[in-house]
Design a protein around this ligand. Structure first.
Ligand SMILES: NC(=O)c1ccc[n+]([C@@H]2O[C@H](COP(=O)([O-])OP(=O)(O)OC[C@H]3O[C@@H](n4cnc5c(N)ncnc54)[C@H](OP(=O)(O)O)[C@@H]3O)[C@@H](O)[C@H]2O)c1
Length: 212
């Protein structure tokens, strides 16, 4: 059975985990202190287990979702290191920080996407797809399995296997996948991009991305 590692079980990570589990995926969860991962695993049931640590989450997994705030992403990538090579790495992180007062600020220049920066942090051989961060967690959960026309989740990748796997995961979560382009295009659906927070079906989404 295919297992998905999911590191970070906060706002978006827990929503992704619930949607993937309801689509039949088996999950290995990890978080900073295990408390939120343990609570989430209990909520999901038999198809989610809590890993011993971030590295252990990847055991037996083809894909890992890093549902982490941008400022901690690099340290977790460095901590896991080599086991990430040849895995599909799915990242929903937007390049924003939140201060103690809850104020949100952009952490990268406007023209630089989270995807481009994360690609440079990954070990050689890791297969990156940026996805699952294009809308708020509430909107993501309420839009899944929309009927009659499923809502679209945009993704970006330079890697064919990552593209296939992320499409499978997006469908499992109850959406139609739509590739926007290579990693350099992920800024279009990150915070501040023209496709961010859109809930549209394929017919409406295709002309928006242009040329695909
Ligand atoms: N929330 C949204 O609506 C939303 C929507 C789209 C995209 N995003 C993006 O998704 C990313 C995550 O956002 P979020 O709102 O889910 O953040 P969050 O609620 O703060 O959750 C962050 C998670 O990361 C875990 N974590 C922190 N340090 C870790 C470490 N060293 N090892 C393992 N896990 C660690 C935390 O563990 P603990 O639970 O143990 O503290 C927590 O589960 C951000 O980049 C954000 O821009 C968020």
């Amino acid at each position: 059975m295919i297992t998905v590692a999911l590191i970070g079980t906060g706002g978006i990570g827990s929503a992704i985990a619930r949607r993937l589990a309801s689509g039949g995926e088996v999950l290995r969860l990890s978080s900073a202190d295990k408390e939120s991962a343990t609570r989430l695993a209990a909520q999901i049931g038999r198809t989610a287990v809590v890993a011993v640590d971030n590295r252990d989450a990847l055991r037996g997994a083809d894909a890992v979702v890093l549902a982490l705030r941008f400022p901690v992403l690099k340290s977790v990538i460095d901590e896991i290191g080599e086991p990430m090579a040849d895995k599909v790495v799915v990242v929903p992180s937007n390049p924003v920080g939140v201060d103690a007062q809850g104020n949100v600020s952009r952490l990268l220049p406007d023209e630089q996407s989270s995807g481009e920066v994360v690609a440079g942090w990954l070990p050689a051989g890791a297969r990156l797809a940026m996805a699952f961060g294009s809308m708020s967690a509430d909107r993501f959960e309420s839009s899944s399995n929309r009927s009659p026309e499923p809502a679209v989740l945009f993704y970006a990748s330079d890697d064919d296997r990552a593209g296939e796997e992320v499409e499978r995961l997006i469908r499992a979560a109850g959406f139609d996948p739509l590739k926007v382009g290579g990693i350099e295009e992920s800024g279009r659906f990150e915070v501040g991009g023209d496709l961010h927070d859109l809930v549209v079906g394929l017919a409406e989404a295709r002309p928006l991305i242009g040329g695909a």
